[in-house]
Design a protein around this ligand. Structure first.
Ligand SMILES: Cc1cc2nc3c(=O)[nH]c(=O)nc-3n(C[C@H](O)[C@H](O)[C@H](O)COP(=O)(O)OP(=O)(O)OC[C@H]3O[C@@H](n4cnc5c(N)ncnc54)[C@H](O)[C@@H]3O)c2cc1C
Ligand code: FES
Length: 308
C-alpha cells in the first residue's frame, strides 16, 4: 500500500550547475504516488447500499491544482482500513473536491458507511482514461447506465449540463432492478430542465411505479426506433456504464442501429491495487486497465481477449 509522502520528504533534484531543480509536480513520476490529505465534508445516503461522499482536499494550493475529467477514478484510502478505486461522480468544473458514490461491498466500503463527516482520508489520482467529451461536441449523445454505472456517468452528465449548448439531442437511459435502488433521484428534475431526455426503467416494481418495466435494451429499442439509422451512424456518440454483461447487449444493439463501435465508450472495471501500472492486478491480457482504461471504446474492448 502506498504510504503518504509530503513534499518535504522528497529528495530535491540538483541540476548540473548545482542549483536546486524541482520538476513540475505533474511530470514527476513520484508525484503520482502522492497521497493528498483530504476530509469527508458531506455524507449523503442515496439508497440502502449506496452512499455519496463529498471529499475535499485540505491544502488550498492542492485544491487549486487538482482537476479531473469525467470517467477518471481516484484511489481512496482510509488510514488503517484500506484503499480502493472509485469513479469520480461529480462535476469536473469543481476543483479540489470530488464526490464518490460508493456501494457497500466489503471491509473498506462497510467501514465508510459508519464514518461521520469530518474524518480524514487520503486521495491518490486522478487516474485512468476519460470519456472524450470534447469529441462529442455538436453531436447527439446517448448516456446509458445500469445500476451503479450511474456513478461514473454522473460526471459526464454534469459536463453535458454545464456545456449543454455544445451538444445536440441528449438522452439518458437508466435502468435499475427496483425503484428503491435508483441513484441520484434528486437530480432527475434538473436534468430534464436542462433539455436532457431522461428515461428510467426498472426490472421489478410494485403498483406505485408508473414508469416502464423491463431491461434497458427494451427502452433503448423504443428510443432508437424513432431515429433513422443513417442519422445514428453519422452523428451519435454513446457512453455505456454498468455491468459488463449489460454493455455487451447494449453496445451490440446500438451497433445494429448503425452507431459505430468506435463511437461507443464503456468503463471497464477490474480489481485494482496501485492504479498506476505497477502491481499487475488489473490486466486484461497485456493491457493494464488502470493505465489504458477504465474508459475504452467498444471496438477496443472487443479486441481485448476476455475483457467481457
Ligand atoms: C476503476 C474502478 C472504479 C470503481 N468505481 C466504483 C464506484 O464508483 N463505486 C463503487 O461502489 N465501487 C466502485 N468500484 C469498485 C470498488 O473499488 C470495490 O467495490 C471496492 O474495492 C471494494 O472495497 P472493499 O474493501 O469494501 O471490498 P473488498 O473486501 O475488497 O471486496 C468485497 C467484494 O467486492 C468485490 N470487488 C472488489 N473490487 C471489485 C471490482 N473492482 N469489481 C468487482 N467486484 C469487486 C470482491 O470480489 C468482494 O467480493 C470501482 C472499481 C474500479 C476498478
Ligand atoms: S492497478 Fe496495479 S497495474 Fe493496474
Amino acid at each position: 500500500m502506498t504510504r503518504e509522502r509530503t513534499p518535504d520528504m522528497e529528495i530535491p533534484f540538483v541540476d548540473v550547475a548545482g542549483s536546486p531543480f524541482r520538476p513540475p509536480r505533474r511530470n514527476d513520476f513520484a508525484a503520482f504516488e502522492y497521497t493528498y490529505k483530504a476530509e469527508v465534508t458531506r455524507v449523503h445516503t442515496l439508497t440502502a447500499m449506496e452512499t455519496l461522499y463529498e471529499i475535499q482536499l485540505l491544502d488550498p494550493e492542492e485544491r487549486r491544482r487538482f482537476s479531473f475529467s469525467p470517467g477518471q477514478f481516484v484511489m481512496l484510502e482510509v488510514p488503517g482500513i484500506g484503499e480502493a478505486p472509485f469513479s469520480i461522480s461529480s462535476s469536473p468544473l469543481r476543483r479540489g473536491a470530488v464526490e464518490l458514490c460508493i456501494r457497500k461491498a466489503g471491509s473498506l466500503t462497510t467501514y465508510l458507511t459508519k464514518v461521520p463527516r469530518g474524518i480524514r482520508v487520503g486521495i491518490r489520482g486522478p487516474f485512468g482514461t476519460a470519456f472524450p467529451m470534447e469529441r462529442m461536441h455538436g453531436e447527439n449523445v446517448l448516456l446509458i447506465a445500469g445500476g451503479l454505472g450511474l456513478a461514473p456517468l454522473r460526471s459526464a452528465i454534469c459536463y453535458v449540463q454545464e456545456n449543454r449548448s455544445r451538444f445536440q439531442a441528449v438522452d439518458i437511459v437508466y435502468g435499475a432492478k427496483e425503484p428503491s435502488q435508483l441513484l441520484f433521484s434528486y437530480m432527475y428534475e434538473a436534468w430534464r430542465q436542462d433539455d436532457i431526455d431522461l428515461s428510467i426503467i426498472v426490472e421489478k416494481a410494485g403498483p406505485l411505479w408508473k414508469g416502464p418495466r423491463g431491461l434497458i435494451t427494451k427502452r433503448l429499442k423504443e428510443i432508437l426506433a424513432d431515429r433513422d439509422h443513417a442519422e445514428c451512424a453519422r452523428n451519435m456518440y454513446a457512453i455505456v456504464c454498468g455491468p459488463p454483461v449489460m454493455f455487451q447487449y447494449v453496445c451490440d444493439q446500438l451497433n445494429v442501429y448503425g452507431i459505430p463501435m468506435q463511437k461507443m465508450f464503456v468503463s471497464l472495471e477490474r480489481r485494482m491495487h496501485c492504479g498506476m501500472g505497477k502491481c499487475c492486478r488489473c490486466n486484461v491480457g497485456s493491457t493494464y486497465t488502470c493505465l489504458k482504461g477504465p474508459v475504452f471504446d467498444y471496438w477496443t474492448v472487443l479486441n481485448l481477449p476476455e475483457a467481457i
